[in-house]
Design a protein around this ligand. Structure first.
Ligand code: ATP
Ligand code: SF4
Ligand code: MG
Length: 368
């Protein structure tokens, strides 16, 4: 007899063709993750009583607005952009901590919004894990490290109880700690070691997809490099797929296959790592590169990006970047640019000036 749960899952399998409009430039391996027109609107209205007394309407904030990208298996897609542009909201949508307001997330050809049994949902969610910026806040301070790491193993029933100790020890070893460290509490470790524990815990559920939200931002520069190297090693060893989030282009440079630059909830450029650094096209990408020159991770403070990020509750008309853009014209103020592929390499750019060929190239020539 056919399993009804299995049938439900199959009915919602999405054909791989969905990926084709997300990123044609780099998708060589099959896509593990496809995000299509993802949107998240937060209702930030004051309480009903205030609204009635003060005659106010509802207030909405579009944190993520029509974002599409795909991540081939075993690769890293990075999201960069200034604070408040919606990076963490995308991360939380992907792992199911928020429900999308619109759009679709497809994981291994399965629509995440499709109805499925609780056990099947648990199994699907186990295949993706999240690593946060602050390892101390994400580790229970009252638990020994061995129990913190064992929790997902037990929750997903991944090993028999007599194999638990060995499995926890192996995970600690994989992240550069020792099995004996399992007896300690999180406060007995440095920041970098705590992030290693977070990684071990994330790996304990045997995920295929890791969503890493600024995992090294709270660490010293030398420790950042060690954690990034560890993550790259683990990726290679286990064939992991990463969504990596950082405001720091230096960090993204070291780990990415493809980079998406976000501005006020939207992607404004998506390109391979090499293209993004060697041939940045969107004026905002260029601004980020110009003002964050610390590509060698020297520890130098980044310069602030000139101009203010507009209020997402009341975003500018047309291109949201136009109040800060030296190339803005009337069209930019009225018409929102959509991501369009550059025929040269398939990178995607949302910019009227680029499309019109009136943007100087990154080496100073005019684009064609
Ligand atoms: N739960 C929430 N309720 C209401 N607004 C939210 C919520 N979470 C995020 N926002 C708003 O959505 C926008 C995007 O926030 P998000 O945290 O995704 O940005 P970010 O790019 O991760 O920023 P940062 O670099 O500071 O972490 C911001 O304007 C933020 O204030
Ligand atoms: S669309 Fe216009 S305002 Fe927006 S980045 Fe391009 S040139 Fe600047
Ligand atoms: Mg964030």
């Amino acid at each position: 007899m056919t399993d009804p749960v299995d049938q439900t899952a199959k009915a919602h399998v999405i054909p791989a063709v969905v990926a084709s409009d997300a990123d044609a430039s780099v998708a060589k391996a099959p896509d593990l993750v496809v995000v299509h027109d993802l949107t998240k609107v937060f209702d930030i209205s004051p309480p009903l009583l205030n609204r009635v007394i003060e005659g106010q309407g509802r207030v909405e904030l579009k944190a993520v607005d029509g974002v599409s990208f795909s991540i081939p298996k075993g690769q890293t897609f990075s999201l960069v952009g200034e604070s408040g542009c919606g990076k963490s909201t995308v991360a939380r949508l992907l792992v199911g901590l928020y429900a999308p307001s619109a759009g679709r997330i497809v994981f291994d050809q399965t629509d995440m919004a499709a109805p499925r049994s609780r056990s099947e949902d648990k199994a699907l969610r186990a295949r993706m894990q999240m690593i946060f910026q602050d390892p101390y806040a994400s580790l229970n301070p009252r638990w020994r490290v061995r129990d913190i790491i064992a929790e997902p193993i037990l929750a997903f029933g991944l090993v028999e109880s007599d194999g638990l100790e060995d499995r926890v020890g192996a995970l600690l070893t994989q992240v550069g700690l020792s099995p004996a460290d399992g007896e300690k509490f999180p406060h007995e470790f440095s920041g970098g070691q705590r992030q290693r524990i977070s990684i071990a815990r994330a790996l304990a559920g045997e995920p295929e997809f890791l969503v890493c939200d600024e995992p090294t931002s709270a660490l010293d520069v030398s420790v950042q490099a060690q954690i990034l190297n560890l993550m790259k090693d683990l990726q290679k060893r286990f064939g992991l797929t990463f969504l990596f989030i950082s405001h720091n282009l230096a960090v993204v440079d070291h780990i990415s296959d493809t980079i998406g630059v976000m501005y006020l909830g939207r992607l404004c450029e998506v390109a391979s790592r090499d293209a993004m650094f060697q041939r940045p096209r969107h004026p905002y990408t260029r601004l980020l590169l110009d003002t964050i020159p610390d590509l060698d991770m020297t520890g130098r403070e980044r310069s602030p990006v000139a101009g203010e990020v507009p209020n997402p509750i009341n975003p500018p008309t047309g291109c949201a970047f136009h109040p800060r853009c030296p190339f803005a014209d009337d069209r930019c103020k009225q018409e929102r640019p959509e991501l369009k592929p550059d025929p040269v390499d398939g990178a995607q750019i949302a910019c009227h000036a680029f499309e019109e060929g009136r943007l100087p190239s990154s080496n100073g020539d005019q684009t064609t």
